[in-house]
Write a protein that binds this ligand. Structure first.
Ligand code: AMP
Length: 307
């Protein structure tokens, strides 16, 4: 199925307790596109890079069959750069540097061939830009969006406008509490769904994720990854796996949404095993399905002999 992805394409500088990389391919659109490409979709990327964007990174995206017609190359400046350092527990990170560069004047213009995309993933960018992308899509079946505390604090009105236009919002627990202004996650979920999206996923880092749909809550476990090297991109890989599965199956039933949450968790669990997107370079279908099965076994609850 056709899947439109918008977000940042970046170079990241990353420091974790296990090592350091000064400059590695990153960005929300990169992770979402690569993760979703494993599900046999026509992935179409919308983003911008600068004159310094390496040919080998273009070739990598192409090797994953990501359509780059919508990737603008702005030769007047450099690619978006983000630098972060993770704490010992890996759940917390400090942003050390954000250089918007060509991203500062990013104006997402969709090529004609992208406008009929059936599935849309709005990576974490300014909510007005996310809305602008939706303005150019004629009739999508399903729109999922990500956001972050920066926009909840800096552009709540714009965020609420975009929220009205999406089917599913994926955020982490602290962002959900902040957006709803409510400490209880279950109540917060109700408040957020009132804002527009009929479904909501709240990610809880190494504690899994909760999916809220009409009258239902699904709790997905997190995979107990032994070798976590770098959590960068885990959230975006989750989004990519999730929307990748939904687009591939073209099935939006509540049951299939649950499967999609697990495929999201599968892709996130692979992502953190190496630096940047490295682990996502060479996965195969078998590894993805094997890990899906491992997730199932992880949370299988045997029925007791009930009277
Ligand atoms: P995640 O770890 O899934 O939250 O996403 C990490 C990616 O987000 C990194 O590769 C960064 O390049 C990118 N990123 C960091 N800050 C921003 C920002 N303000 N806008 C867009 N992308 C960002």
């Amino acid at each position: 199925m056709s899947l439109l992805v918008v977000g940042s394409v970046a170079y990241d500088g990353i420091e974790t307790p296990f090592g350091k990389r000064d400059r590695i391919l990153g960005g929300s659109a990169t992770y979402i596109s690569v993760a979703s490409s494993y599900f046999d979709n026509q992935v179409r990327l919308v983003g911008v890079v600068g004159h310094d964007f390496a040919d080998e990174d273009i070739e990598f995206l192409k090797s994953k069959r990501v359509d780059l017609e919508g990737l603008q190359i702005d030769r007047s400046g450099k690619t978006f750069f983000w630098q972060g350092r993770y704490h010992y527990d890996l759940n917390n990170r400090d942003t050390l540097d954000t250089q918007l560069n060509v991203f500062e004047h990013f104006d997402p213009v969709l090529p004609e061939s992208y406008r009929g995309s059936r599935y849309v993933a709005l990576g974490n960018i300014e909510p007005g830009l996310q809305g602008k992308v939706l303005d150019q899509v004629s009739d999508a079946d399903f729109v999922v969006m990500d956001t972050m505390n920066f926009w909840i604090e800096g552009n709540l009105e714009g965020l609420k406008k975009t929220l009205k236009r999406v089917n599913l919002l994926v955020i982490n627990d602290s962002e959900a509490r902040e957006l709803a202004d409510e400490p209880n996650l279950i109540k917060a979920a109700g408040i957020i769904r009132e804002m527009g999206p009929e479904a909501l996923i709240i990610k809880k880092g190494e504690h899994g994720a909760l999916l809220f749909t009409d009258g239902e809550i699904f709790s997905a476990p997190a995979y107990p990854v032994v070798d976590i090297f770098d959590p960068t991109g885990a959230g975006d890989s989750f989004l990519g796996g999730l929307i990748g599965w939904l687009a591939y199956t073209d099935d939006l039933s509540p049951l299939n949404m649950r499967r999609a949450v697990i495929f999201g968790s599968v892709m996130a669990s692979f992502c953190v095993e190496e630096f940047g997107p490295d682990r996502l370079r060479s996965l195969n279908e078998q590894q993805i399905y094997d890990r899906y099965r491992a997730f199932r076994e992880l949370s299988e609850i045997p029925s007791p002999e009930l009277a």
